[in-house]
Design a protein around this ligand. Sequence first.
Ligand code: ATP
Length: 516
Amino acid sequence: MAFEDTFKKLVSHCKEYGYVFPSSEIYDGLSAVYDYGQYGAELKYNIRKYWWDSMVLLNRNIVGIDAAIFMHPTVWKASGHVDAFNDPLIDNRDSKKRYRADVLIEEHMEKIEEKISREIQKAQVKFGEAFDEAKFRSTNNRVLELQAKLDEIHLRYSRAMKGNDLEELRRIIIDNDIVCPISGTRNWTDVRQFNLMFSTEMGSTADGANRIYLRPETAQGIFVNFLNVQKSGRMKIPFGIAQVGKAFRNEIVARQFLFRMREFEQMEMQFFVTPGSELEWYNYWKEKRMKWHLALGFGPENYRFHDHEKLAHYANAACDIEFKFPIGFKEVEGIHSRTDFDLKSHQQFSGKKIQYFDPETNKSFIPYVIETSIGLDRMFLQVISAAYCEEELTKEDGSKDMRVVLRLPSALAPVKLAVLPLIRKDGLPEIAEKIADDLKFDFNCQYDDKDSIGRRYRRQDAIGTPYCITVDHQTLNDQTVTIRYRDSMLQERVPVSGLRDIISEKVSLKTLLKEL
Ligand code: ATP
């Protein structure tokens, strides 16, 4: 199935099954803003908890805070966002569509890379076992030609981005015949910078009002509270501050569902270290964060690191963790070594000393920072796109059937178990309701007695419920029920009295956290 088709199916599945709705849908929606439905909110909560616990519970030297969205306007001058939180935008005069110039160029480079991969795949099929990829890359004329083109664009692009050369970005687009996907023309405007921060006014009268911003990242709430947390928590370096919260960016090209939103949530952790030790910690956090992703069991082949070539002016190392979405490998999380840029800048702008006193050396210094920054919504999209699965089934009579199943990790699934009476009589509903009532204190439990048992199983598969408990006539005699496993569809008979322990073991976040 084409990538785009899988993505479209995912979007409609999320809507049909109460995961994600377009914001204000009855008014035709608001671009790149989404609401989470009854199951989406639970899944999001579970992902957030998995992240929070992995930071705050598992690390004695990491604490969590919850800073406000509104901050003093000078924060964004100090952080560089007022002057430099820009994207280069370009308009197509025929379609009147607006694009990010950097994204147009990057997508063009990706297309060339895909062409190279296709040539290699074809040759692999042709030469079989004897195929030598390195030799093929260095001798095949077509591949050499494409690679040379790619290298040339790459060089021009990184120079233009580093030098903030907007005219050169436009020239790269023109020279490479990059066309607007809508109009198909090369009728481009100049490239302009566009600040991504949303602003509003605080205060009751226009005169006295202060222009303030909706925070475009949560990190600054941590930096401005560095001293508060360090002093009140008597924290010793190295230590970290974690936070989950909303961030807002007026993205130029907001598309691809939850991937690029204008209102989204970030889970960020700033780890403060002694200057000089930052690259060691950078590598430590790279490994730790990758482990966190891999523990979800979606397969190591779907993840990779992507080192940044163009480092932000304050960073001395940075990489992304990318996941293979239906739309290709894309960033889910960034890990950045931010030096002392932020604290130093806040020290300058605020005029307050923001330093750490090391009792062992009797010296004060501004700590360096390693940051791990992951989008909660993007992670949600990652989880749900990895979990979405269409399966062909063969029924007992040999005919074919289809089921859609969300293979969510049990610890993240919104509903952990559904209790289903086989039929709606003979006292079975009463027993099933009692079981659900008993277990509701431990797990998110559903009771369902509508439609045939097969249809009820399918409904639970579609929302990703890992376990279905079925109460049947045998239950009346021996107090046992069947437990049906979502992924294998196998069923097992177990005593009602053992359900809590069996399910706890399987759905506990603890099991996941222990792998880290
Ligand atoms: P991108 O290159 O995709 O614009 P970024 O490098 O600007 O992202 P960061 O500022 O490093 O992203 O933000 C950290 C994380 O926040 C990203 O890895 C991503 O998961 C998430 N994120 C950033 N922007 C958005 C957005 N508009 N919608 C949803 N998640 C986002």
